[in-house]
Ligand binder design. Sequence first.
Ligand SMILES: Nc1ncnc2c1ncn2[C@@H]1O[C@H](COP(=O)(O)OP(=O)(O)OP(=O)(O)O)[C@@H](O)[C@H]1O
Ligand SMILES: [Mg+2]
Length: 509
Amino acid sequence: MADDIILDIRNVTKTFPGVVALSDVSIQIHHGKIHGLCGENGAGKSTLMKILSGVYPYGSYKGTIFYENRELKLEDRAIRQAIEEGIAIVYQELTLVPSMTVGENIFLGKEPVENGVINWDKLYADTRQILEKYKLDVPPNAVVKTLGVGKMQMVEIAKALSENARILILDEPTSALSESEIDKLMEILETLKEHGVTCIYITHKLEEFFRITDSVTILRDGKTVATNPTSELNHETLVRHMVGREMKERFPKNSRKPGEVIFKVENLVATDPNEPSRKVLDGVNFDLRQGEILGIAGLMGSGRTELVTTIFGEYGNIISGTITMDNKTLNIKSAHDAMLHGISLVPEDRKGQGLVLMQPILRNISLANLDRFAGFFRIDQDAELAAANQQGKNLSIKAANLQDRVDSLSGGNQQKVVIAKWLLTNPQILIMDDPTRGVDVGAKFEIYKLMNELAENGVSIIMISSELEEVIGMSDRIMVMHNGRSGGVLETQGVTQEKIMAIATGIEA
Ligand SMILES: Nc1ncnc2c1ncn2[C@@H]1O[C@H](COP(=O)(O)OP(=O)(O)OP(=O)(O)O)[C@@H](O)[C@H]1O
Ligand SMILES: [Mg+2]
């Protein structure tokens, strides 16, 4: 084996009941480089990374892995052993304990102890040192649940780096990060590279491969399709290898014509329910037409998620302002109220709010709709299954069996289950908070098509998105938020990314 190869994965095969997740996968990863891993939802990326990090120990898969010229056998305490070997991973789904502080999370299970008690001063000093070293802007003693998803991701990275990692695996690290946080992450990766750390980088944002990686391996249906130096790849070849066919358009055509205004938000002001002195919405105004897709753009923390969860009755305390639908004032106090008015919300954080992980896929899809399937004494399981099957097909959810637990699905497919569930409620207004986060290019297109179809059938959609191309590609109009306010509602026709960013950053009102 060549000296510059740190990791040599040979003929790895991993199966789950009914699924071949990895089939004869071979990849060589060079020392000190950033190696990209690309593939559709369910292609096997996370499974391979879980093998490298000891989640699936030696013996639970076939094939051989050489790490620094030795065979890697992670056996009894496999996860701990991987960390001691210097293989660190930041998982696709956040794994922090929400009620603990940043420092407690980073040192969980390895707290500095002196005379049998935890040395808190040292713990926080060490935390501060790590955060500063990698320029991560998070307060060491903040309780994690008070942080936004972006900051939580930073804590995950700090936690992985807190032991001397030789290989750092990042499984979709940027799916919840803002533009500036992504820039920061890229800087961190460059720094790590200078220190000789090897990185394996998974993302569905294809432009990131071109920005940061040295080479890319493409997986399709558990098989290695190709490994190439990034310089020899372009967007089209990457997509073609990934999905196995040409994909020319990024956004499907539509022929919708939005109708009358059916929903209106006026001067909405709301405070944080946990911190009543803090205004999260400070005067929001917009209206929504029937059969329209209204995009909401804005930086992380600008109040986008707060706005939709407040409308949905789940979050802010409304201080003033009105919400009207069909000329009637709404007074929504809970998600249940919202649904009675025909409003559904696909939430941002699928693991926390969207799914019951231990339940079957089927039940997760029908969960918000059990009323519909409930007979006098029991749930009509045939109807439930038929509806779930239809949704599964519409969204091409990749599952061996709908009776399997939802946490056996790949990350992107879990996201599709959340969408399927809320589509089944037949909403009049569908609010989607970053609906294509973590979803591959092919499935994104399917979700876009579905959104267009819904809108053509008269459903009004509010879509929050951090990807400006997506907002522009899908919306009829775009509201840009800044500091809890609606910075303006723009007609999409003729709008530019620069214009949106100018409003989002407050340069332009
Ligand atoms: N614990 C499990 N039990 C059963 N099947 C599983 C389990 N984990 C993964 N799978 C299946 O293995 C396949 C590969 O999943 P994996 O999570 O590796 O995909 P991925 O490439 O990471 O996708 P994504 O981009 O959506 O995150 C999928 O078909 C998935 O349903
Ligand atoms: Mg994955």
